[in-house]
Design a protein around this ligand. Structure first.
Ligand code: FMN
Length: 406
């Protein structure tokens, strides 16, 4: 199958420009022997490359390129399939954009680098080329240092052993994981996630219960969370709990039940955040909306969990706006390497800024993910990079510290 990959990257500091000609010469031979087209643009700091050809060959060459130390911060912009070649000339053509008149550079690339095969004006690959040549996306290139330029260090005081509390019930207990602001070293909130004793996920456990019990079990489990939070001594810290949207919509007086349990454990509604997923909010929309109104009127905050993974995300946002959005972990994973993920995060940040909604990145596991997201403007993070979720106990946080030699 004919495949096209486009990426951009940053040249490494120790690479002399004059060696690029040799690089292109060697690549030309490899590409030619595999019927691959490589168009490489260089603007003095960044590379931009189009690779097109048989999928296996393109993938194999691209893997080598990804591991090449001569560049870093490689971001994949496009991976697409086509019925016919867009770029006719196989081999490798290097364009140092600084040697061209900006007015004519795109035409020069097209004249030399392609045989104008199937290249229509609105072709996505051509648009990417155009954007790189015009440098219109340059403010979105966040250059991040290597992952090992930070160390993640447990605060000695926080590392003091924290007492685990007894499990909530025989069927399930709760794991706690903080949401933190790493640079100001603050725990923003503590999230409690149901952990069934059987080892299955909370979603599967609840889905396995008869419908008549599912939502009341979900709601009543929060009574245990509030009791555990009190035992753990969360004091004034914000506590995030998860609820199925339907538990709010169809259990009679669900909000009153929550409020009673909150007060009974010495907590206040203002320190509670209810996280709901997008899935399921579209059913029983009227009841759900009524429960949300009551929830908000009581002082409890609302967050959308796993934003971007469900089915109703943007429509939901037109109907009511939560206080917080947690961007789904699948969007966060390897965001520093993916152009589509970066574009989505930036769009989320833009509309959340217009709507005054706080943004949290969940499932942050790598320093590079955190650094890219921090550069994009996110301040609140949750993930194993900082603190694992901890059963029946207050988790210990490892705070990032910049290593001095970087
Ligand atoms: N190698 C290719 O075979 N084809 C290419 O199109 C290609 N483009 C490259 C673009 C850049 C910006 C860089 C830094 C390297 C490129 N290379 C390309 C070189 C590969 O990364 C790698 O060095 C090459 O596949 C030879 O690997 P080897 O020395 O391990 O055999």
């Amino acid at each position: 199958m004919l495949s096209t990959i486009i990426y951009r990257s940053h040249i490494s500091d120790d690479v002399a420009y004059k060696t690029l000609g040799k690089l292109a010469e060697q690549a030309n031979q490899v590409n030619e022997s595999h019927s691959v087209t490589g168009i490489l643009l260089f603007n003095g700091t960044h590379f931009f490359q189009v690779l097109e050809g048989p999928e296996d060959a393109v993938t194999a060459i691209y893997e080598e390129i990804c591991n090449d130390p001569r560049h870093h911060n490689l971001v994949e912009l496009m991976r697409d399939y086509a019925p016919a070649r867009r770029f006719g000339n196989v081999g490798m053509e290097l364009f140092d954009l600084r040697e061209y008149d900006p007015e004519n550079v795109l035409q020069a690339v097209l004249d030399k680098g392609t045989s104008k095969y199937q290249l229509t004006y609105d072709d996505r690959a051509l648009q990417f080329l155009r954007v790189f040549v015009d440098a219109t996306e340059r403010e979105n290139y966040f250059e991040i240092p290597p992952g090992d330029s930070w160390e993640f260090v447990v605060d000695r005081e926080e590392a003091l052993p924290r007492e685990a509390v007894p499990s909530a019930t025989a069927d399930y207990s709760f794991a706690f994981q903080p949401i933190i602001d790493p640079l100001s070293r603050q725990i923003v909130s503590l999230e409690a996630v149901m952990r069934p004793t059987s080892g299955m996920s909370a979603a599967d456990y609840l889905a396995g219960l008869p419908r008549s019990e599912r939502y009341s079990v979900d709601l009543k489990s929060k009574q245990h969370v509030f009791a555990m939070a009190k035992q753990l001594g969360i004091n004034g810290l914000t506590l995030s709990i998860n609820l199925l949207p339907m538990s709010l919509a169809i259990v009679p007086d669900a909000v009153d039940f929550l409020l009673e349990a909150i007060h009974a454990n010495g907590l206040v509604p203002e320190q509670i955040v209810v996280e709901v997923t997008e899935n399921g909010t579209v059913f029983r929309a009227d009841e759900f909306e009524a429960a949300i109104k009551k929830l908000k009127a009581s002082g409890i905050s609302l967050a959308i969990d796993g934003f971007g993974a469900g089915s109703a995300g943007l429509v939901l946002l037109t109907q009511f706006q939560p206080d917080k959005i947690k961007i789904d972990r699948n969007i966060i994973a390897d965001v520093h390497k993916s152009g589509p993920k970066q574009a989505i995060v930036q769009a989320i940040l833009k509309f959340c800024s217009s709507l005054q909604i706080a943004v949290i990145a969940e499932g942050v596991n790598k320093p590079e993910e955190w650094m890219w997201l921090e550069s994009a403007g996110i301040c609140n993070f949750q993930g194993a990079l900082f603190a694992p979720s901890t059963l029946n106990a207050f988790p210990v946080v490892a705070w990032p510290e910049k290593l001095e030699n970087d």
